[in-house]
Design a protein around this ligand. Structure first.
Ligand code: PLP
Length: 493
C-alpha cells in the first residue's frame, strides 16, 4: 500500500512509515492512500467476533502494509488497554429508537482525540526506526488546552520520544491547567508561557525553523517532531471505530450484514468524518455521512452550495473544538472526488482569496455521501436538556450539535436508518456549559462545575477528571516566550 499527496499529479509514492514520519507532503498537500483497500463481508463478520485491539490491528494493517501484524497488535493492545479505556475503547449505546451514541471519550483525557493519540506515538516510533532514524524525537507542542493534554497522555512513557508542551498561562481553563500540570510520565515536560496562545505557537514555530538550534540538538541525539493533527497516523486509527460500531450493531442484532447505516459527526477539522468516509469507500455499508456544525457553518454552506468561503465572522461557541473556519482534512475528500489537479487549484484559491467553488459534478459526487446541517447555541443547549430529561442520556456540547443535526436530517428526509452519532467528549469535559444548559447557575470555576453537574444529574464524574484538585502538581514553571529555546535545551541536557 502506497501513499501520495492530495496535490500530486505525478503520484510520487511513499510507504506508510515515511508518511507518518513526515506528516505533511513536500508540496504542502496531505497524504492519502493511492488505492482504497477492500473490507469484505467475511472480514467484517470475522472482525465482529474479535475484541477492539484486534479489530484495530486488522483494519490498520490494510493501510500500514510495511508494519507486521505482530507490531500492530502489540501497539493496539497497549493503546486500547482496559487501564487506558475503562469499559472499552468505543462502546455503542442506543439512546433512542434508531439513534446510537458511539462513545469515543473513555480514554485518558475524556475526548475522542485519545482514540488516535494513544496509538499514533507508538506508530511514529516504529516509523522512525523503519526509516533508519536513531535519534530521540522531541515533540514540541503549543496548546490552547486539549491537544496538549491528549498528546502528553499519548506520548508518556513511549520509548524513543520526549514531549514538551507550552501553554498560555492565563489562556486555559483551571481544569485544563491542572490536567497538564499534574501529568505523569518520565519523558514529559510542561511549561506555562507569559502570553497568549499565539505567543506560545510563535515560539514553537521559531524553534522549529532555527537550523542552528537543530544542529545543537542533533549533537545531543535529538531531533524535533510535531504531533500534527493532519498526519495519516492520526487519521487511520479513526477508521477503525466506525467498522467496530457496525460490528457491534450486528452483534446486538440491530442490523444484519449489508444493512446500511448513517453516521453523524460533530465536525471541526473534518478528520473524524473523513475517517467514516474512508470506511464507506472500503465497503462498509454506510449510506449518508451527516456533517454537523455549530454556527461556524462554513462546511454546511459548502455541502449545500459547493462554495467554501472562510471570509466570515468567527463565533466563539460552547463547542470550541468545532470553532474552525479552515477544515484541513476536507482537502483529502476533494482529492478523492476531484483528483489532485483540481484540489491543488482549490487550495491555491483558498490561500489567496479565502474561498473556492467546486464544479456541479464534484458537488453532486460529494452529496452522494455527505449532507450538512448546523445548530445554534440555543438549540444545542435545548438538545442537552431534552435528551437528559426525556432519555436519561447526557451529551457533551459537541455531541449535542450532532444529535440535533441527525434529528434535522431525519425530519427533512424521513430516513430512519440506524444512525451512529460520534460522541466526541465526555459531558464532564465541558461541565459548565452542560450544567447551564440543564438550567443550573454558571459556577465560579469549572472545577466546581464538575461537582455541581454530578450532583444535579446523579452521574459520576468521568474518571480522568475525578479528584483533579487533589493530584500532585509536577510542573509549576512559567517563562517568557523569549526563554522557550533555553527551556527546550535544558530539557534535552
Ligand atoms: C477535535 C474535536 C472535534 C472535531 O473533530 P474533527 O476531526 O476536527 O472534525 C469534535 N469534538 C471534539 C470534542 C473534539 O475534541
Amino acid at each position: 500500500m502506497y501513499f501520495k499527496s492530495t496535490r500530486d499529479t505525478e503520484e510520487k509514492k511513499l510507504l506508510s512509515a515515511q508518511v507518518i514520519k513526515q506528516g505533511l507532503a513536500d508540496d504542502g498537500g496531505l497524504f492519502i492512500p493511492t488505492e482504497i483497500p477492500e473490507l469484505t463481508e467475511s472480514e467484517v463478520k470475522k472482525l465482529a467476533t474479535l475484541p477492539y485491539p484486534e479489530r484495530a490491528a486488522l483494519v490498520m494493517g490494510k493501510f500500514l502494509t510495511d508494519f507486521t501484524y505482530d507490531e500492530l497488535i502489540a501497539d493496539c493492545e497497549a493503546a486500547y488497554a482496559e487501564a487506558s479505556f475503562p469499559g472499552g475503547a468505543a462502546p455503542v449505546v442506543n439512546i433512542e429508537k434508531n439513534l446510537y451514541s458511539l462513545e469515543l471519550w473513555h480514554g485518558p483525557t475524556a475526548a475522542f482525540k485519545d482514540m488516535a493519540l494513544q496509538l499514533m506515538p507508538r506508530l511514529l516510533v516504529r516509523s522512525l526506526r523503519k526509516t533508519g532514524e536513531n535519534r530521540t524525537a522531541l515533540i514540541l507542542v503549543a496548546t490552547s488546552g486539549d491537544t496538549g493534554k491528549a498528546a502528553l497522555e499519548g506520548y508518556r512513557d513511549v520509548d524513543g520520544v520526549k514531549i514538551m508542551v507550552f501553554y498560555p498561562v492565563d489562556g486555559v481553563s483551571r481544569v485544563q491547567k491542572l490536567q497538564m500540570a499534574t501529568q505523569q510520565g518520565s519523558n514529559v515536560n510542561v511549561c506555562a508561557i507569559n502570553g497568549n496562545f499565539d505567543d506560545a505557537q510563535t515560539g514553537v514555530k521559531k524553534i522549529f525553523s532555527d537550523t542552528e538550534f537543530a544542529a545543537e540538538l542533533d549533537k545531543n541525539g535529538y531531533f524535533l517532531s510535531s504531533a500534527n493533527s493532519i498526519n495519516w497516523g492520526r487519521l487511520a486509527p479513526q477508521i477503525v471505530y466506525y467498522v467496530s460500531a457496525y460490528c457491534d450493531l450486528m452483534n446486538e442484532g440491530k442490523i444484519s450484514y449489508g444493512d446500511k447505516i448513517n453516521v453523524c459527526v460533530p465536525t471541526g477539522n473534518f478528520g473524524n468524518i473523513l475517517a467514516a468516509y474512508i470506511a464507506k469507500l472500503m465497503g462498509l455499508p454506510i449510506d449518508k455521512l451527516i456533517c454537523a456544525s455549530n454556527v461556524n457553518n462554513v462546511l454546511t454552506e459548502f455541502l449545500r452550495t459547493g462554495t467554501y468561503d472562510r471570509n466570515r465572522k468567527f463565533h466563539v461557541t460552547m463547542s470550541p473544538s468545532m470553532d474552525i473556519l479552515i477544515s484541513s482534512n476536507l482537502e483529502r475528500l476533494l482529492a478523492f472526488v476531484a483528483g489532485p489537479e483540481k484540489t491543488a487549484a482549490y487550495m491555491k484559491s483558498l490561500n489567496t482569496t479565502g474561498a473556492y467553488t467546486v464544479e456541479p459534478d464534484v458537488l453532486a459526487k460529494i452529496n452522494e455521501s455527505f449532507v450538512g446541517y448546523y445548530t445554534d447555541e440555543a438549540a444545542t443547549g435545548a438538545e442537552i436538556k431534552a435528551n437528559f430529561e426525556n432519555l436519561g442520556y447526557l451529551h457533551d456540547t459537541h455531541t449535542a450539535v450532532a444529535v440535533n443535526a441527525a434529528r434535522q436530517y431525519e425530519a427533512q428526509t424521513g430516513d430512519v436508518k440506524p444512525t451512529v452519532i460520534a460522541s466526541t467528549a465526555s459531558p464532564y469535559k465541558f461541565a459548565a456549559d452542560v450544567l447551564v444548559s440543564l438550567g443550573g447557575d454558571r459556577p465560579a470555576d469549572d472545577l466546581e462545575a464538575l461537582d455541581k453537574l454530578s450532583a444535579l444529574t446523579n452521574t459520576e464524574i468521568t474518571s480522568p477528571l475525578r479528584g483533579l484538585g487533589e493530584r500532585a502538581v509536577r510542573f509549576t514553571e512559567t517563562i517568557d516566550p523569549a526563554d522557550m529555546p533555553a527551556a527546550v535545551k535544558n530539557y534535552t541536557k
